[in-house]
Design a protein around this ligand. Sequence first.
Ligand SMILES: [Zn+2]
Ligand SMILES: [Zn+2]
Length: 283
Amino acid sequence: MHWWRRTWPGHTRPGYPPVALVVTGAGPVALANRQQAVADLSADCWRGRWCREVRDYNEDGWREYDDAVPIVATTLELLAEHGPLGPIWWRFGRSGRYSLVEALENPNNRAAYDLRQAAREDEEHQAHQELMDSLVCIDCGDVPEEETTWEYGRQGQVEWTRRPGGRCWTCHHDRNERLEREAEEQLEAARTANAALRPCWTCRGSIGGKEGSKLELREKARPDRLECPECVQARAAKDLGPLMLPAPTKRELVAALVSTPDDPWWEERVLHAKLYPVRDRRV
Ligand SMILES: [Zn+2]
Ligand SMILES: [Zn+2]
């Protein structure tokens, strides 16, 4: 404890007893320069220690005045005009002139820093919350609290990321499962329907194609389809041109007048005979 604190125990401000400097005997500019010169030369005494909070990750800080001498200065003319309690005191290290009590305050202290830091943290928190709000799940309304742009996937492979207008991982996962299930059910229904239709003209397999093949139809085949997808592809690869069914014979045509022929391709054969007359067909 400084010896003078025992002598004047009422002192509550940090640092040594303040020093008041009153200048006179020159013009206003010269006096201002003199005060400034004294301030510059004595800066080490009154400036205080610059402190920072490393864990706050900012360039801001505050000053500790425990080992500093607060210095206030004025001119004799101002003192005579306003008296010692008037707003005449310049505190070294601050700008403007204050009353004596105000001039001895230390506005750039830890408390002021804490207020600025709290405001910064509020702002960061709000920005973070706005970002989280933008990532609300469109299915369940879940707003994430912490990490939001998490990448999910097998072996580091990115399959899904939470994004604005997207879903939380659970809903994303549930939806994918549902879509897969629906696709599977649709395929099963298509398989059943296609198995009941007339077969592929060329390979006599299901008109929907081989089960599990890449080309397998995922919906019911259109009624005019004649070949399974594999045979269609093979025909295209070999550049064979459109499939032409054998034209109905005269005998078949006569029989058809009496009763509908027991031939699942009959109608297409009649149609093909019209579209591709026999004389035009390649041999
Ligand atoms: Zn969700
Ligand atoms: Zn086929």
